[in-house]
Design a protein around this ligand. Structure first.
Ligand SMILES: [Zn+2]
Length: 463
């Protein structure tokens, strides 16, 4: 990572801010001060930003996440690098776009030569632990690299309610890591808002039924019904919201444990999601198959001592920036590694204006799969416009998000200059990420793997 001259002052500010973290370690009963702040990264699968209270949702789905946003910085327009789990999480942990890290298809997985954040932190003396609950980011696909402890017992398919197990394991691991003298990086991945959507009646957002639906229908069955009514879709969304509210309780417990251990004042907390979910706003129920806001706009919250509190960043930012952001905040040099995301650290310190916005890119390359239509798309967004290009048909969509946040009106034909300019930016980005691509190779998938993938909607479907 190269620091531009004006960025050095940001690092200097980080140097001033972060010793606060070490200064608070005496709260832990006289233990030796840690040599750096801890990092807790919480990722909730399939969580749309606009279904959280702190992002303006009218329903009380997220008290714990809202409280975290109130004590930290909330990025109002954060974007995943890809609209499904594997490439998105690989981008968070590698600082590379999907084309470059190569985990663009479930048959590929994550190439061994792509350096991951836990590996980098472990080299620097951090203890690292992960609790994951999604098959596509398991050891099977190369995501177990760099962790001292890697729990994937909660990967049990799309019908398993995993939040209690993830929370229990993450709390246990947090206590273990907190006992050590080294700083730690804990990664907790929640899965419940992912299909199939399960009722949590204690939260009571959903009626007993709607039209033909009882709410027990698997997502695949819902996708086969091409005439779902507004009420029926509403029921599916209500149940999705119950999943979010249920998961928020798990997040609350984990954050409470951090506080009880006296670690809140020496831990950088990052909260985000790997992608959102579409509920037929553009003809699809699920994820993977488009780059519309429902899928690519995700929550992102950063909180920690010395960092801004109650701040909201309006500019679009990318989750590809997470790895360089963590390294900059921890004052760990990138060495010879290069990242494609610009650190978000400049946004996080008090007394600064937000830095200028840069365009944010996302992509999906999903062919030869059974879960839905083959999809090869690239896109970018900035403060106002969003461009999506279909690599197969060549079709270009341009949206003025200020006037048309729902992406209903394609203005590519009426604004050819804007479309051409953004098309050029996309082309330049594509050339760079292709040039910096890691070697990839297909993985051998067995019958059990294919069955798991089928359950998740990727392979073996009858569509
Ligand atoms: Zn996912």
């Amino acid at each position: 990572m190269e620091l531009a001259p004006d960025r050095r002052s940001i690092v200097a500010r980080g140097l001033l801010a972060l010793p606060l973290l070490a200064a608070c370690s005496s709260d832990r009963g006289g233990a030796e001060p840690r040599s750096g702040p801890n990092v807790l990264m919480i990722v909730v699968d399939t969580l749309r930003a606009d279904h959280l209270g702190c992002y303006g949702y009218e329903r009380a789905t997220s008290p714990a996440i809202d409280a975290l946003a109130a004590r930290g910085t909330r990025f109002d327009r954060a974007y995943t690098a890809a609209p499904w789990t594997m490439p998105s999480v690989a981008s968070m942990l590698s600082g590379l776009h999907p084309t470059s890290h190569g985990a663009t298809h479930y048959k590929l997985g994550l190439p061994a030569e792509v350096p991951l954040l836990p590996e980098i932190l472990r080299e620097r003396g951090y203890r690292t632990g992960a609790v994951i609950s999604g098959f596509l980011i398991g050891g099977r696909f190369g995501f177990d690299r760099g962790w001292d402890v890697f729990h994937e017992d909660e990967v049990r398919g799309q019908d398993h309610v995993s939040t209690p197990g993830v929370t229990a394991k993450a709390k246990e691991l947090l206590r273990e890591l907190a006992d050590g003298e080294e700083p730690f990086f804990l990664f907790a991945h929640y899965f419940d808002p992912h299909e199939n959507f399960k009722r949590h009646p204690e939260h009571a957002f959903a009626p007993p039924s709607a039209g033909r639906l009882t709410g027990d229908e698997p997502a695949k069955a819902l996708r086969r019904m091409d005439d779902l009514t507004a009420d029926e879709v509403g029921l599916v969304v209500d149940i999705y919201d119950e999943e979010i509210r249920y998961t928020d309780d798990g997040v609350a417990e984990l954050l409470a444990t951090l506080r009880e251990l006296g670690l809140e004042d020496e831990t950088l907390v990052l909260f985000t999601a790997d992608h959102g979910e579409e509920f037929l706003s553009h003809g699809w129920l699920g994820h993977v198959t488009s780059l519309y806001e429902d899928l690519v706009r995700v929550p992102l919250i950063a909180a920690g001592p010395g960092l801004r509190s109650g701040h909201v960043v309006e500019w679009p930012v990318s989750l590809v920036a997470l790895t360089p952001t963590v390294l900059e905040l921890l004052r760990i040099p990138a060495g010879t590694r290069s990242f494609q995301g610009e650190s978000l650290a400049p946004f996080l310190f008090p007394g600064r204006d937000d830095p200028p916005a840069a365009p944010v890119f996302f992509e999906v390359d999903m062919g030869d799969w059974e879960g839905g239509p083959d999809t090869f798309k690239k896109g970018l967004v900035d403060a106002r416009y969003k461009l999506i290009r279909d690599d197969v048909t060549g079709e270009v969509e341009l949206y003025d998000l200020r006037a048309d946040p729902g992406e209903r009106s394609n203005v590519a034909a009426s604004k050819p200059d804007v479309a051409a300019r953004y098309g050029d930016l996309l082309e330049r980005h594509r050339a760079r990420v292709t040039r910096e691509r890691a070697a990839t190779g297909e993985r051998e998938l067995g019958a059990e793997d294919l069955e798991m993938l089928s359950g998740l909607g990727y392979a073996g479907d009858d569509r």
